[in-house]
Structure formats: C-alpha cells, structure tokens
Design a protein around this ligand. Sequence first.
Ligand SMILES: [Cu+2]
Length: 135
Amino acid sequence: MKNNFLQEGSLIMDKILVTIIAGLLVGFIVWWFFGKHVTKEVAADVTGNEQDVSVIVNGGYTPSTVVLKRGIPAQITFNRKDPSSCLEQVVFEDFGINDFLPQNKDHAIDIDTSKPGEYSYACGMNMFHGKVIVK
Ligand SMILES: [Cu+2]
C-alpha cells in the first residue's frame, strides 16, 4: 500500500518532468524558427554625401535587411566571421556583383542607389539570403 503510493507519486513526477521538457522543446523550436529568422532591418548611417552600413556574415547575414537612401552613394561593409566556404562569396545578381569576402576583414561593396527597390543578395550557393532596400 505504502509502496504503491510512492510509485504513483514518482509517476506523477515523471509526467510533470516530461511536460516541462516538452514545453521547453516547443519553446526552443518556436524560438529557432521564428525568433532567429525574424527580419532585422537596419538603415545605413548617412554622413555627408555617403552612407555605410555593416553586415556581419556568420551563419547568415546580420542584419538580414539593410535600408539605403536613394541617390546617396552607398557602401555595405561585410565582415565574414563564418569559416565556411559557403558564405565566402556574396552575389548581388541585380548589380552584377560577385565578391569574395575575406574572413575577419572588412570588405566594402559599392551599391548603386539610383533606382529605388528591393534587391536580394545571396551566398555563392544561393542558400543564405539578405536584402537591400533602396528608398
Ligand atoms: Cu552557401
């Protein structure tokens, strides 16, 4: 009788534990799929007649979207932390740019801001994507 009670108690504890772990897992999955991939938009800093914005390349592009002002000469300065060969190339199809990004070094790319619009760019294998908005 006493033994049975103890066993039931530990079964309930097991259920609570499983529920907590399942809850944490669901939370983690939600964070992974929605939190991490939320589009982070950053506007370039404008100084005089030029604008510059930095993008860190590490398992993707951070920020994933940069906003540039139309008509002001712009540079996006990439700094690749990621050692993978996947991200060592950056391709702006709309601008005909295909650049190699040295690791742990700033690499500035001139962007044509004469036409407003949304321009996406990607790694050499088209797996990771970033976006430039000119407005
Ligand atoms: Cu790639």
